[in-house]
Design a protein around this ligand. Structure first.
Ligand code: SF4
Length: 217
């Protein structure tokens, strides 16, 4: 049985890649960048293992064929290479069978050279990757990137066509979206530096204490 440890899946995601997207955040990250806002994804958790067939079925149901792409993030997707491969193969099969032109974008905290060395075959199943660890000390990067060291790297012909306008584009418009699910508030996207601390301070000033925040352990 093929599984992946999944932190969360959401549709529609509109702040991590072009258009209306399916977002999948994987569980487990060995990289552990200082200042990561997704520290809830760090610990591997077998309790979050999901059958890849079920994950794909959820994608089909949630997006109802009305979406532009799939964004994979985490956690570190490449820390689960076998499951990631199966998911990507499933997405490719869906794309081929449906005739849809959705793209597949993946975030990774590994440098591009490491991915090319260790996961060259997986890269062939992606349309674009945003690699390199998050660097807290650098300014925010271009659109969809958390720090200025992170490039947007198209990997396929379709990826080159779709992502060409965004390679050096500055972030513009909405950067964060919010959703409430299972009595929890989820913030999706790339916050400005200190934005989470400002949010907490503002909430505190109104008598509200945020608990179990993902940007602190
Ligand atoms: S920013 Fe990404 S790679 Fe870095 S610790 Fe957080 S989840 Fe892991």
């Amino acid at each position: 049985m093929k599984t992946l440890q999944v932190n969360k899946a959401h549709y529609p995601v509109t702040v991590l890649g072009p258009g209306k997207r399916i977002g999948i955040w994987l569980q487990g990250c060995t990289i552990r960048c200082r200042g990561c806002v997704s520290q809830d994804t760090w610990e591997p958790d077998p309790g979050r293992a999901m059958k890849i067939a079920d994950l794909l079925a959820w994608c089909r149901l949630a997006a109802e064929n009305e979406f532009d792409g799939v964004t994979l993030s985490g956690g570190e997707p490449f820390d689960q290479p076998q499951g990631l491969r199966e998911l990507l193969k499933g997405l490719h099969a869906w794309r081929k069978q449906s005739g849809m032109a959705f793209d597949i974008l993946c975030y990774s905290g590994y440098p591009l050279a490491t991915l090319q060395q260790r996961h060259a075959k997986l890269l062939t199943l992606l349309d674009a990757v945003i690699p390199e660890p998050y660097a807290d000390g650098l300014p925010l990067g271009n659109v969809w990137r958390g720090s200025a060291n992170q490039a947007l790297v198209p990997l396929s012909e379709a990826g080159r066509a779709r992502y060409a306008p965004y390679l050096d584009a500055a972030a513009a418009g909405k950067r964060i979206q919010m959703t409430v699910e299972n009595k929890r508030i989820w913030l999706i996207g790339i916050p400005e530096r200190d934005e989470m601390a400002q949010l907490e301070a503002l909430c505190r000033s109104r008598g509200l204490t945020l608990e179990q925040v993902s940007w602190r352990r």
